[in-house]
Ligand binder design. Structure first.
Ligand SMILES: Nc1ncnc2c1ncn2[C@@H]1O[C@H](COP(=O)(O)OP(=O)(O)OP(=O)(O)O)[C@@H](O)[C@H]1O
Length: 220
């Protein structure tokens, strides 16, 4: 049996003395689209944050590529995050920098040279279909284009894992389909995408693993 790329084993997360996830297990393989769905407060973002090393479990184990990342030091967790493509709810585009400058940031953080970071950022923007907006400021983009720019920024370091929180929220159907098709193309190229979503938005024609989360009883 091969080791899953991502795995939670009997994880419990507690915020303010309240368990959000309790004894929760899941796993994801390479080249799989994982849909985490469930209502508000059910812990979808918390699962993404566990894999990114942004939240620590009170109990249980978190594995990425076989490594026990919940035991990582804060420096190791920073490197873990740099190796992943993150589209978290709080990770907005910086409003005072051009789109390409935003997309370059993770490449610069990964210690690429300025020239290489810019080249990769342009490739990522082109792959996401918005190369022509590279020099614009984020406010000049539509909601759909901003979301594509966030995806370009998430994939600039060619990650094996992309973690996305509500990727198509607030997008019209055409933009949602474009974004899902791009996520599907990354999955077909062998990337594992974990998507947290209120609704069942999945790309066509790729292996999908569905994980349904229930809000803790006190909230339901
Ligand atoms: N840093 C935190 N401190 C305290 N409580 C938190 C924190 N982060 C999340 N929570 C609580 O944990 C629960 C699960 O949050 P989480 O964001 O994982 O849910 P979600 O399923 O992603 O919700 P939504 O769909 O609304 O984004 C919520 O009740 C939330 O208020």
């Amino acid at each position: 049996m091969t080791t899953p790329l991502l795995e939670l084993r009997r994880v419990t997360v507690v915020y303010d003395r309240r368990a959000v996830l309790e004894n929760f297990s899941m796993s994801a393989d390479r080249g799989e689209f994982v849909l985490m769905h469930g209502g508000t407060g059910s812990g979808k973002s918390t699962v993404l944050r566990l894999f990114a090393g942004l939240t620590q479990p009170a109990e249980g184990e978190v594995y990425v590529a076989g490594d026990r990342v919940d035991l990582f030091s804060s420096e190791e967790r920073r490197w873990l995050r740099r190796s992943m493509g993150l589209m978290m709810q709080e990770s907005l585009l910086l409003s005072d920098r051009s789109v390409i400058d935003n997309v370059m940031l993770p490449a610069l953080a990964a210690e690429e040279s300025y020239g290489e970071a810019r080249r990769r950022a342009m490739l990522a923007l082109e792959k996401c279909g918005i190369g022509e907006f590279a020099e614009d400021l984020p406010h000049q983009l539509s909601a759909g284009q901003k979301q594509l720019a966030r995806l370009a920024r998430a994939v600039v370091n060619r990650p094996a894992v992309i973690l996305v929180d509500e990727p198509v929220a607030h997008l019209d159907q055409a933009n949602a389909e474009t974004l899902l098709a791009l996520l599907g193309a990354f999955v077909r190229a062998g990337v594992t995408v974990v998507s947290a979503s209120h609704e069942r938005h999945v790309p066509e024609g790729v292996p999908v693993r569905e994980v349904r989360l229930e809000a803790p009883e006190a909230l339901s």
